[in-house]
Design a protein around this ligand. Structure first.
Ligand SMILES: NC(=O)c1ccc[n+]([C@@H]2O[C@H](COP(=O)([O-])OP(=O)(O)OC[C@H]3O[C@@H](n4cnc5c(N)ncnc54)[C@H](OP(=O)(O)O)[C@@H]3O)[C@@H](O)[C@H]2O)c1
Ligand SMILES: [Zn+2]
Ligand SMILES: [Zn+2]
Length: 347
C-alpha cells in the first residue's frame, strides 16, 4: 500500500460520503489514474439511488473522468506514465459475448461500467482497464474535456451515425449536459439546427451555442412547429421525460428518426400512425467506445466546441450533484481534484 486517497462514495442509497481509501496497485491490463476532473452526468443518479442494474454499494460514481496515468499494471504496453487519459461509462468490454465478437463493443453484454460495477471518478485516484481509456488532446483542459467523455460522445455518435446529410433539419430536445453539446455538434456537422426546451430562459444560450431556432415546448407544440418547417430528419431526445419524447414523433419528416439518448424513468408513449404512415422510427443510442471518445475530442478541437461548465472541488460533490439534479447546472458540473487545480490554477 502506498498511502491513501480521497473519494466520494455512495455509502447507502441517496448518500454521498467523503471517504479515505487505501491506494492499490493496478492489476494485469489495468492502469492507475491520478484524477484531475470528473463531470457529473445525470446517469450518476442511477448510482446514487442504487437503481443501476448490477450495482453494488458502496460505489464511487463518475464516468466523465480525466487524469494522468501514474502506474501501469502487468501487460500494459500502449500507454505511458504521465499520459493524460479519460474514462467514460463503458470502460472495458468482455470480448467474448456475441456483440463483442461482432465488433459492437459498446453493446457488450457484461462490460466494465464506471461507477456501477467498478469505482468511478469522484475520487483522487481511479483504477481503469487500459482497453477502456482514451487519449486526451493538449488543446483541452481536463475540466473541459471531462464532459466530452460521456455527454459529448453520446450526442456526437448519435448524430453522426444517424444517416443524416448536410442541411437536414435536426432538432435537439433538452438543453442540459447532453443537449447543450448536441446543439453544438448538430450545428457544426452542418444541420439546420433546432433546440426544444422549456421556458424562455435558455433561448439565448441555445442560440449562442449554434441553434438556428428555439422552440419553447412549454407554450408551443414542438411537433407542429417542426412539421410547419417540413418535418425533422432526426430528433435527438436528451431529456429526462419519456412523456415529452413520445409526443415528438409527430414532428418527424417521412423516414425521420427519434433518437433516444435521454434515459427517463417514465415510459415513452407512442402512436402507431406516424410510425406506419411515413416510415418514421424510434431508436436508441448508448454512449460510445474509447476510440469514439477520441473522435469526439478531435472534432471538438477541430470545430472549437467546448462544454459550458461549472467547476467545484471534489469535496463538494454532494452539492454539485444536487445542483445538477435541480436542473440548475449551466450546463455541466465538473469536480476538480487538488491535482486538477494544480494543473489549471484558474479553476
Ligand atoms: N444514452 C446514453 O448513453 C446516455 C449518456 C449520458 C446520459 N444519458 C441520459 O441522458 C439524460 C440527460 O442527461 P444530462 O446529463 O444531460 O442531464 P441534465 O444535464 O440534468 O439535463 C436534464 C435534461 O432533461 C430535460 N428535462 C428535465 N425534465 C424534463 C421534462 N419534464 N420535459 C422535458 N425535458 C426535461 C432538461 O431539459 P430543459 O432544457 O428543458 O430543462 C435537460 O435538458 C439522462 O436521462 C441521462 O441518464 C444517456
Ligand atoms: Zn453519462
Ligand atoms: Zn462483450
Amino acid at each position: 500500500m502506498r498511502g491513501t486517497y480521497k473519494a466520494v462514495e455512495v455509502s447507502a442509497r441517496g448518500t454521498l460520503l467523503i471517504v479515505e481509501r487505501p491506494i492499490s496497485e493496478p492489476g494485469p491490463g489495468q492502469v492507475r489514474i491520478r484524477v484531475e476532473a470528473c463531470g457529473i452526468c445525470h446517469t450518476d443518479a442511477y448510482t446514487v439511488t442504487g437503481n443501476y442494474p448490477g450495482l453494488t454499494l458502496p460505489r464511487v460514481p463518475g464516468h466523465e473522468v480525466i487524469g494522468r496515468i501514474e502506474a501501469l499494471g502487468p501487460g500494459v504496453s500502449r500507454w505511458t506514465i504521465g499520459q493524460r487519459v479519460g474514462v467514460g461509462l463503458i470502460a472495458g468490454e468482455d470480448g467474448v459475448c456475441e456483440p463483442c465478437r461482432r465488433g459492437d463493443i459498446v453493446n457488450c453484454q457484461s462490460p466494465v461500467t464506471s461507477g456501477v460495477n467498478v469505482d468511478g471518478g469522484y475520487a483522487e485516484v481511479m483504477i481503469a482497464e487500459a482497453r477502456g481509456i482514451a487519449s486526451i488532446p493538449d488543446e483541452l483542459s481536463s475540466a473541459e474535456a471531462a464532459p466530452l467523455l460521456c455527454a459529448g460522445v453520446t450526442t456526437y455518435n448519435a448524430l453522426r451515425n444517424a444517416g443524416l446529410r448536410a442541411g437536414d433539419l435536426v432538432a435537439v430536445q433538452g438543453i442540459g449536459g447532453l443537449g447543450h453539446l448536441g446543439v453544438q455538434f448538430a450545428r457544426r456537422m452542418g444541420f439546420r439546427t433546432v433546440t426544444i426546451g422549456r421556458g424562455r430562459d435558455k433561448e439565448k444560450l441555445a442560440k449562442d451555442l449554434g441553434a438556428h431556432l428555439y422552440i419553447d415546448a412549454a407554450v408551443e407544440d414542438a411537433a407542429a412547429v417542426l412539421q410547419r418547417m417540413g418535418g425533422a430528419r432526426a430528433i435527438l431526445a436528451t431529456g429526462t421525460s419519456g412523456d415529452a419524447m413520445g409526443r415528438l414523433v409527430a414532428g418527424l419528416a417521412a423516414r425521420g428518426k427519434l433518437i433516444v439518448v435521454g434515459a427517463p424513468e417514465d415510459q415513452i408513449q407512442l402512436s402507431a400512425i406516424p410510425l406506419i404512415f411515413g416510415g418514421r422510427s424510434v431508436c436508441g443510442s448508448l454512449t460510445g467506445t474509447p476510440i469514439e471518445s477520441e473522435d469526439t475530442l478531435a472534432f471538438s478541437v477541430l470545430e472549437n466546441i467546448r462544454p459550458m461548465i461549472e467547476t467545484v472541488p471534489l469535496e463538494q460533490a454532494a452539492h454539485a450533484y444536487a445542483r445538477m439534479m435541480e436542473g440548475k447546472a449551466r450546463f455541466r458540473m465538473v469536480l476538480v481534484t487538488k491535482d486538477g487545480a494544480a494543473q489549471s490554477p484558474s479553476l
